[in-house]
Design a protein around this ligand. Structure first.
Ligand SMILES: Nc1ncnc2c1ncn2[C@@H]1O[C@H](COP(=O)(O)OP(=O)(O)OP(=O)(O)O)[C@@H](O)[C@H]1O
Ligand SMILES: [Mg+2]
Length: 254
């Protein structure tokens, strides 16, 4: 006898594959990469629903992406998610688990967060499969990224949630990279970090136009054309996140 599962049945209660973009540092590419991830997942996985959850009151990524919303693609920009400079974990977790398009078997949630988000107040991170940490090559950003990682490790080692949830895989994403030499310098600077290191995304003027308000989507098409191999790699990181289960002792280049 075939067992029919309703929309609220156990198969649909499974959490969507969830990724957060975060770093205490501003301007490192969190929103740009969240945009690439969300649209990349929606175009590559036509049988899946994708939800972008924008925690940033500036609403950079959600403002730009709301024109693409349909039954499969949704944007959540709820002021309750981030109040008085702190994430409202309960509200964020509710948004992750209660995505609109429950009729899709495959579901993804992409979280874009604002600069200055404190790891010790971010227990919603226990509900993510992967945490992507963009950084630029500047000394200031690398220093801030190191400090941010230190605080994340503390959260995952001390928070009571650690008994119930595995921590997300931590992947540093080098962004705004000028040259292979610069990327190698970054790798050297972060070599002792217990995290994965992603592929570099090189500086390209097209990315500066990612959030431009315009009636057609030529700017987005241009970005996707240029960043196609990178976007493919980025989206696979989430779909294949089970491969990142082991926490590397030192920096591990993907
Ligand atoms: N690879 C890139 N090449 C060129 N420009 C880029 C690249 N990545 C991001 N940018 C540009 O850098 C600026 C900062 O990017 P973005 O807004 O994504 O950073 P953010 O980390 O989300 O910033 P905030 O902390 O303010 O939310 C933007 O103007 C964006 O267009
Ligand atoms: Mg941003």
């Amino acid at each position: 006898m075939t067992r029919v599962l309703s929309d609220t049945g156990p198969r649909f209660n499974i959490r969507p594959k969830t990724v957060a973009f975060a770093n205490s540092k501003g301007g490192v590419g969190k929103s740009t990469l969240a945009l690439l991830m969300a649209l990349g997942l929606a175009t590559r996985h036509r049988d899946a629903s994708v939800s972008l959850i924008d925690l940033d009151p500036q609403a950079t990524s959600s403002d730009s992406l709301k024109r693409f919303c349909d039954s499969r693609f949704s944007v959540v920009s709820d002021s309750k998610n981030y109040e008085d400079g702190s994430p409202n974990n309960e509200s964020i977790i509710n948004h992750i688990h209660s995505q609109r398009s429950r009729r899709y078997k495959k579901r993804f949630a992409v979280i874009d967060s604002p600069a200055g988000i404190e790891p010790n107040k971010s227990s919603f991170l226990f509900h993510c499969d992967v945490l992507l940490i963009p950084t630029s090559m500047s000394d200031a950003d690398i220093f801030a990224t190191r400090k941010y990682l230190e605080k994340l490790h503390r959260l995952f080692q001390t928070h009571e949630n650690r008994r119930s949830f595995p921590p997300p895989a931590l992947v540093i994403l080098p962004n705004l990279v000028d040259s292979r030499d610069e990327f190698n310098e970054l790798r050297f600077a972060l070599q002792k970090e217990s995290a994965y290191l992603g592929k570099p995304l090189y500086y390209s003027p097209a990315f500066r136009r990612a959030f431009r308000e315009q009636r057609n989507d030529d700017n987005i098409k241009m970005i996707f054309k240029q960043a196609q191999p990178y976007t493919l790699w980025l989206t696979s990181l989430l779909t294949q996140s089970h491969r990142l289960e082991k926490r590397p002792k030192d920096l591990f280049q993907l």
